[in-house]
Write a protein that binds this ligand. Structure first.
Ligand code: PTJ
Length: 252
């Protein structure tokens, strides 16, 4: 990665891009992942590259949902592995969730690379890369239909960061709860999920880990109350309003 001067006004954004480019060169990220990041960072730019209050609320509800789950799973794609490898491992440790590699652009070689990369960052076990345990979710019409019998197939709660598509609806039809992380509050995934965290994953994940640790000793009734009090549609609409207000202010 080329050296970025700390004084550069876009230093943090360039550093994040650098992580993705390094991930691309290492074979973790697909070229489409670079384009997907561009869409995400455009939304982040419009929102002022700050975590909104609505995202904090969603993180609290998501932490409560993961902590009260029986079989939580964190789904990992190339972008997620490249951007937040330490944080997803910490989140899995703090919640007892499984980590499962699940790719839109399926490739056995990339699955193995991502699993290895996560283990290098402290993951004890990474599902999704062993053919022996592979099964299919017929309702999903992309490579993401291939899941691990011990992971997403059996999960009651699935965290799906950085994706848009039909998977969330299919998982919900199967009776699973879905938590999404997506900068775009209008995406199909954002709209279909039970809880959507509209924030850049590089800020959302450290906050998520802290929130899980804070709530980890809470009673089940308290966790359920936090989840039940959360209204995803209301939260997403507030995010769209925030975008609209920011654009209005800029245009004045
Ligand atoms: O590694 P693979 O094969 O599973 O492919 C991964 C990508 C990301 C290419 C794949 O999942 C994909 O095509 O995703 P989409 O449909 O482009 O959706 C990505 C969503 O993530 C978009 O809604 C973006 O706004 C959002 N996004 C991108 N980067 C970030 C983000 N949201 C939060 N933080 C980001 N850093």
């Amino acid at each position: 990665m080329s050296k970025i001067s700390p004084g550069h006004p876009r230093a943090e954004s360039l550093r994040i891009r650098g992580r993705l480019v390094d991930g691309f060169k290492a074979g973790l990220v697909v070229s489409e992942g670079l384009a997907a990041h561009g869409r995400g960072e455009a939304f982040d730019y419009i929102m002022g590259e700050k975590t909104a209050g609505q995202a904090k609320k969603a993180v609290e509800a998501a932490a409560a949902m993961l902590l009260s789950a029986k079989r939580p799973v964190i789904s990992i794609n190339g972008n997620v592995a490249a951007l937040v490898p330490n944080e997803v491992v910490k989140l899995a440790d703090a919640t007892g969730a499984e980590l499962e590699v699940n790719l839109f652009h399926g490739s056995a070689e990339r699955e193995a690379k991502i699993a290895r990369y996560l283990r290098k960052h402290g993951a004890k076990e990474v599902l999704g890369a062993d053919k022996k345990f592979s099964t299919k979710i017929e309702e999903i019409h992309s490579d993401r239909r291939k899941v691990d019998r011990r992971g997403i197939a059996a999960a009651d709660v699935v965290l799906v960061p950085l994706e848009d598509g039909d998977r969330t609806e299919a998982l919900k039809k199967m009776g699973k709860k879905v938590i999404a992380i997506d900068m775009n509050p209008m995406s199909r995934t954002a709209r279909a999920a039970n809880i959507t965290i509209v924030d850049n994953i590089v800020r959302a994940l450290p906050h998520f880990v802290r929130m899980v640790r804070k709530l980890s000793r809470s009673r089940r009734v308290r966790l359920h109350k936090i989840v039940n009090n959360f209204d995803n549609t209301k939260n997403l609409n507030a995010m769209v309003e925030l975008i609209s207000k920011r654009l209005e202010n800029i245009s004045r």
